[in-house]
Design a protein around this ligand. Structure first.
Ligand code: CTP
Ligand code: CA
Length: 206
């Protein structure tokens, strides 16, 4: 299999030196890439800025903004069998980016934000024989929200993740299918979950 993996946070710049982002470590996505390679498959990693180095042997594409992640993923998607979307993509971006550096004025400022484009939903629209596995980070109504996301983004499966997961080494997740059934349940180190996930895909993605 040739598998596209998104990982890490994205960044949305306010001016040339400041940005909005989130606390994603990229660990889950990088562990998945490692597990894909370990199982003898090809991995394409599209990653926002993280402190880890990309696993040796993957095809690595560094991106910063959501728009860059979108363009890179849309270009690579047709060459892949499936996608695992583990990135913590920014949901909002400043309405406009100021060139240079905003100076202090001594008064409060307001930043107007607009929604970013949804990378996973865009890939869902391009689906043509691919399988797609999304992630859902949910703090309440977890299962309903995750299932709605799966449907909205045209995924085959979605990993239900909780906010404690974002920068941790360990995790507890469920895999839901498009009927809302839990088809797998994994807990432990993210590296172990990644291996279980890839082993599950080897059996069930065909
Ligand atoms: N995702 C994406 N592009 C975005 C937002 C999310 O590709 N602009 C992907 C994530 O990588 C993940 C899935 O969509 O695989 C769900 O992300 P999540 O943040 O849980 O859901 P959102 O649709 O962004 O909704 P919300 O944050 O409001 O719950
Ligand atoms: Ca989101």
């Amino acid at each position: 299999m040739r598998i596209l993996v998104t990982a890490g946070p994205t960044r949305e710049y306010i001016d040339d030196v400041r940005y909005i982002s989130n606390a994603s470590s990229g660990r889950m996505g990088y562990a998945i890439v490692q597990a894909i390679l370990h199982a003898g498959h090809e991995a394409i990693l599209v990653s926002g800025p993280v402190s880890m180095t990309p696993p040796v042997g993957c095809e690595y594409h560094a991106v910063e903004s959501t728009e860059q992640m979108m363009q890179t993923c849309q270009a690579l998607f047709p060459t892949c069998d499936g996608v695992i979307a583990a990135a913590a993509v920014c949901d909002y971006q400043p309405k406009s980016r100021v060139s240079g550096k905003i100076s202090k004025t001594g008064t409060a400022i307001t930043l107007e934000m607009i929604e970013t484009d949804d990378v996973l939903a865009a890939l869902g629209k391009m689906k043509d024989g691919h399988w797609i596995l999304g992630f859902a980070l949910e703090a309440q109504n977890e299962r309903e929200n995750a299932l709605q996301k799966l449907r909205r983004k045209n995924c085959n499966w979605i990993v239900l993740n909780r906010p404690e997961a974002i920068a941790a080494e360990n995790n507890t997740v469920e895999l839901l299918d498009n009927t809302g059934q839990t088809v797998a349940h994994w807990t432990g180190l993210k590296t172990k979950i990644a291996e279980d996930l890839v082993a599950w895909l080897e059996v069930n993605s065909g």
